[in-house]
Write a new protein. Sequence first.
Length: 213
Amino acid sequence: MINFNPLRRPRPTPLRAGTALLASALLGSFAACSHLSETPSHAASITGDWVIDPAASDDFDALLKQAIAAQDQKMRKRMRAPLVGEHEVPPLGLLPPEEPELVNQRLAEQLRPASTLKLGWLDGTLQISGDGEPARSFFPGRSASRIDVAGTGQISAGWDGDRFVVRTKYAGSELRLQGFGIDPASGRLVVTLSVKSDTLNKLDVTTRYRRVD
């Protein structure tokens, strides 16, 4: 993610049945969001102070662990390292996969949803701050380059219908897509995160927030 970081310390929560449909819609947006708009299709009041609703959100830790384990298994099968005695020996010139625990720690720090979010407009940019950290600015319809802990990324931001989307393409094959929209039925802020990379293959997380009065 883009390390702005609306991603910090949620409490473990059960998975919800509606998440699969939201995730499918988000994955479809990877191709569609290449041309983001400067204005929403409808008035979207995503600004304000928000606090996470753990009971209505995905279990980030469980989903991250599953994604890492699936990718680790795929990579180990692909390498098919021969045994020498009781030890696996990677093919010449290849390093063994990084241990899942280390991958989990690194990605959890980057991607974990924030417990609190603050969204507001300033000089035409959307300011996003998670857990009181310095706000990051995103200009609708504009692109920019940035170097963060995940590497060099090309960031595009703007409206996809009535959702504000931040799309980050890193050098290589990693793509992170984050959306912010209002659920009209509940008035909750729905934050969707989708990551496709060589490390995770695919991760989809939906986090819901209630407005702070």
